[in-house]
Design a binder for this molecule. Sequence first.
Ligand SMILES: *[C@@H]1O[C@H](CO)[C@@H](O)[C@H](O)[C@H]1NC(C)=O
Ligand SMILES: *[C@@H]1O[C@H](CO)[C@@H](O)[C@H](O)[C@H]1NC(C)=O
Ligand SMILES: *[C@@H]1O[C@H](CO)[C@@H](O)[C@H](O)[C@H]1NC(C)=O
Ligand SMILES: *[C@@H]1O[C@H](CO)[C@@H](O)[C@H](O)[C@H]1NC(C)=O
Ligand SMILES: *[C@@H]1O[C@H](CO)[C@@H](O)[C@H](O)[C@H]1NC(C)=O
Ligand SMILES: *[C@@H]1O[C@H](CO)[C@@H](O)[C@H](O)[C@H]1NC(C)=O
Ligand SMILES: *[C@@H]1O[C@H](CO)[C@@H](O)[C@H](O)[C@H]1NC(C)=O
Ligand SMILES: *[C@@H]1O[C@H](CO)[C@@H](O)[C@H](O)[C@H]1NC(C)=O
Ligand SMILES: *[C@@H]1O[C@H](CO)[C@@H](O)[C@H](O)[C@H]1NC(C)=O
Ligand SMILES: *[C@@H]1O[C@H](CO)[C@@H](O)[C@H](O)[C@H]1NC(C)=O
Ligand SMILES: *[C@@H]1O[C@H](CO)[C@@H](O)[C@H](O)[C@H]1NC(C)=O
Ligand SMILES: *[C@@H]1O[C@H](CO)[C@@H](O)[C@H](O)[C@H]1NC(C)=O
Length: 842
Amino acid sequence: MPRRGALPVGTLLVLLQLALVPSPLAGCLLDPCLEVTPNTTFRCTGLNISGVPDGVPNTTLNLDLSFSNLKSLGSNYFASVPELELLDLSRCHLHTIEDDSFMDLHRLSTLILTANSLQHLGKRAFYGLTSLKKLVLVETNRTSLSELPIGHLHTLQELNLGHNSITSLKLPGYFANMTSLRLLSFISNKITSISRGDLDALREGNRLNLTLVLSLNNIKSIEPGAFAGIPLAELALRSAFENFMMQTCLRGLAGLQVSRLILGEFHDKETLQDFERGILSALCQVQMDEFVLMCSSGVEDDTENLFNCTGNISTVRLVDLGLSEIPEVPVWPKVKQLECKKCDFEAVPAEKLSLFKELRVLRITQNSGLTSFEQEFEGLSNLEVVDLSENRLTFSKCCSPKFQNCPKLKHLNLSFNSEIRLTGDFTNVKNLLYLDLQHTTLVGPGSYPVFLSLQRLIYLDISHTKTEVKSQCTFCGLNSLRVLKMAGNSFGDNKLANNFKNLSHLHILDISSCKLEHVDQSTFDALSELKELNISNNKLLTFSPAVYQPLQALRVLDFSRNQLTVLLGSAREILPDSLVLLDISQNLFDCSCVYLDFLKWVRENQELLQNQELMLCHTPSYVANVSLPSFDLSSCHISTTKVASSVVVLFCVVVFLLLIYKYYFQLYYSLVLLSGCKHSAERGDTYDAFVIHSSKDQEWVTKELVEPLEGGAPPFQLCLYYRDFLPGVPIVTNIIQEGFLSSRNVIAVISTDFLESKWCSFEFDIAQSWQLVEGKTGIIMIVLEDVDKALLRQRLGLSRYLRRNTYLEWKDKEINKHIFWRQLTGVLLKGKNWNHEEVKLM
Ligand SMILES: *[C@@H]1O[C@H](CO)[C@@H](O)[C@H](O)[C@H]1NC(C)=O
Ligand SMILES: *[C@@H]1O[C@H](CO)[C@@H](O)[C@H](O)[C@H]1NC(C)=O
Ligand SMILES: *[C@@H]1O[C@H](CO)[C@@H](O)[C@H](O)[C@H]1NC(C)=O
Ligand SMILES: *[C@@H]1O[C@H](CO)[C@@H](O)[C@H](O)[C@H]1NC(C)=O
Ligand SMILES: *[C@@H]1O[C@H](CO)[C@@H](O)[C@H](O)[C@H]1NC(C)=O
Ligand SMILES: *[C@@H]1O[C@H](CO)[C@@H](O)[C@H](O)[C@H]1NC(C)=O
Ligand SMILES: *[C@@H]1O[C@H](CO)[C@@H](O)[C@H](O)[C@H]1NC(C)=O
Ligand SMILES: *[C@@H]1O[C@H](CO)[C@@H](O)[C@H](O)[C@H]1NC(C)=O
Ligand SMILES: *[C@@H]1O[C@H](CO)[C@@H](O)[C@H](O)[C@H]1NC(C)=O
Ligand SMILES: *[C@@H]1O[C@H](CO)[C@@H](O)[C@H](O)[C@H]1NC(C)=O
Ligand SMILES: *[C@@H]1O[C@H](CO)[C@@H](O)[C@H](O)[C@H]1NC(C)=O
Ligand SMILES: *[C@@H]1O[C@H](CO)[C@@H](O)[C@H](O)[C@H]1NC(C)=O
């Protein structure tokens, strides 16, 4: 049984092939690397390997080998991936990096060696890294900088030595050559003292923007002058000092020039300390622009002196302090920007803050206990920005009385508060450009035109403010407005009715989530400059072309999450050419084939349409949840061809039936004819001729034809329908069986009546076709007088010229009759079978 044996053998061969030959499939299944971006980014983590995995091509730019068990790197370890730009070797159990390990990586810009306890680092370990910008040596068991062989990495911009055991900040001389260095981090090391000369390497050269991070160390002493003449962009000293040593240490900062100094603690550290009195006065010797103090619980005791040395500081940020009042303000403070974030204020300290005459920007945010705003700002002639967002403020008389003589105020942020009552009085702040009141319950807007005097305002955000727009003049006066955000509110009767009539400079309008059910025709008439309209998440059923027609500058239209069933052709036509983003997702689309043109349009405009994965059919139910862009358009095409072909078939059937109805007799005749063909040979020639004639000519037939022929010598036997047809047999059967099949000849008596009678024509047609089929019977045409010759020619056609046929004309004259009879009997005699009696008679 060869067939049964063949199958297992074949299978076995295939299995053997799979097992032994390294087929591409097998390679694919075993590939340990994830190709994040084709040919360039590979992630091969957690492998127990040595060397670069085989699957990584030489085009790779980014290679992540973290969590692999590499143990040690030998020379030219990465020769197979010379294009690398980023190499991540975090937690690779590396203890040894031999000389020239990275020799081939001339393009490498980032090298991450986090969490490898490096014990043997060759002197030439980092040779070849001529483009290195970022070196991360976090958690690598480093104890000093001097043994770190990085002196030749002149291109370095970031060096992160965090979470090591470095005890001294003595920077080796080679730092003088790292002129690109921007970030030097010693976060969480074991530095205990900083001496003069430690940072000398930074003194040389023309570096300006270096950020030095010394947070989370245990500094006990800073020798005065250690930082003198060192220009730094930022110095971070959070949780950097041992308890009670802060003040002394800060004194050591004398002479430091820094753009930003960050002091304070980290929340999660236990080193929180009580600030000694006047601790910050030490900072008077530091030249800085910005002072940041974070998360220092002890600062409460020192509040009165907090600003003592802020004389020349332009920016003060106080973050997460337990500060309940503004400390004493020095004379002529130069602070231009003041921020108090997560402090403990209960009321807006406007009076005291008004002493900062230079103040430009004021931010008091995220104070969870800040509820009251009773005091007034007074005479802050430079004040431009006031941000009181994310507090719990509840107040009325907004906003003019709160800002006396603050003529430059342009930016007011009162968002995310509790409740604000707007009076409509903005006279003191009529130069406002930005007003943000979002997510704060508002009393006033919607009922009367509160914004009337804000003629210069360009940005207004009143979204989610429980505003109900009842007055058509709610936005009156906002003649310069560019941006109006009022999502999450409502409109009277849930409809837009000419609410934006004078906002002709509006560029962005957000009226999403406003429960809208209807948009009046003239609503958008003034908005010819509008670029973005967000009307999503409403209950709109239609996108009426007339309403949106005026928006000819529109670039972004968000009509998602409404109840639209289709975007009709007329609506699609008015969409301006400038439109680059259209979102109609999450509507209730009707995917019937009636809207085939819409479905096609969706398919063709995928670049324009956003969130396509959320454009789903809603009806009809058999396509519910089918994605619109992937809707099978051909399903509609097929049914149209179906419809077309069934129409054609139906038409054919109808035509066929009509033909049958019309030619019923002919068909019937043909059937009988065919059966007749079989029998014709068996039938004798009972008659000499079958006479077809019009019933109106019966008298002529009887008198002029039957009597002379049947009574003459020799006698001829004629078949006459009125005499010889069998009763009870269908007339057509009679015509054929008794007439044609039993006669040798056909005599057609052609008169005007004959030509007009359908029956006669029919019989004549049958006679003609019969003649063709049988090939023997001749037709004798007897044309009576007074027949229209033209009609005659048309009806008889060619038949009269056929040789087998006889064409006789009947004239009622003796001489003509004589010729007529001679011709007729001559024809009838041809092929006549004489029986005995007839012969005797002759
Ligand atoms: C990846 O590399 C292969 C072979 O070098 C090449 O055929 C293919 O086009 C590349 N793919 C991309 C996305 O560059
Ligand atoms: C890693 O591979 C080595 C042999 O190459 C083997 O001795 C070791 O057990 C493997 N380790 C793990 C975790 O699989
Ligand atoms: C990468 O490898 C291909 C062959 O696999 C070789 O033709 C090409 O030169 C190599 N490119 C580099 C930069 O080495
Ligand atoms: C750190 O390095 C020292 C030698 O410099 C070594 O004794 C110690 O075990 C290393 N620590 C770790 C965690 O490997
Ligand atoms: C700085 O670089 C120059 C030229 O590369 C070199 O001659 C000099 O020794 C380097 N200085 C230090 C302190 O490494
Ligand atoms: C320092 O940084 C600031 C912003 O980070 C930048 O504008 C300035 O140009 C930098 N200065 C130098 C000398 O690189
Ligand atoms: C801070 O300044 C005020 C006057 O502005 C002065 O009375 C006070 O002594 C100063 N505090 C310290 C610690 O210098
Ligand atoms: C403020 O700067 C001026 C010169 O710009 C200087 O004379 C004065 O000592 C500085 N004051 C403080 C407190 O740093
Ligand atoms: C107002 O403050 C909120 C919260 O801090 C912020 O999200 C919003 O962008 C601010 N508004 C403006 C106009 O800056
Ligand atoms: C409409 O705005 C124009 C300026 O854009 C202004 O002149 C006109 O007074 C405004 N009309 C109303 C009724 O506010
Ligand atoms: C329209 O507003 C909704 C929220 O109401 C937001 O999710 C959506 O991103 C906005 N659309 C655009 C285009 O910004
Ligand atoms: C369509 O999807 C929604 C949400 O996923 C689901 O509730 C609903 O039953 C789905 N309808 C059909 C017909 O699958």
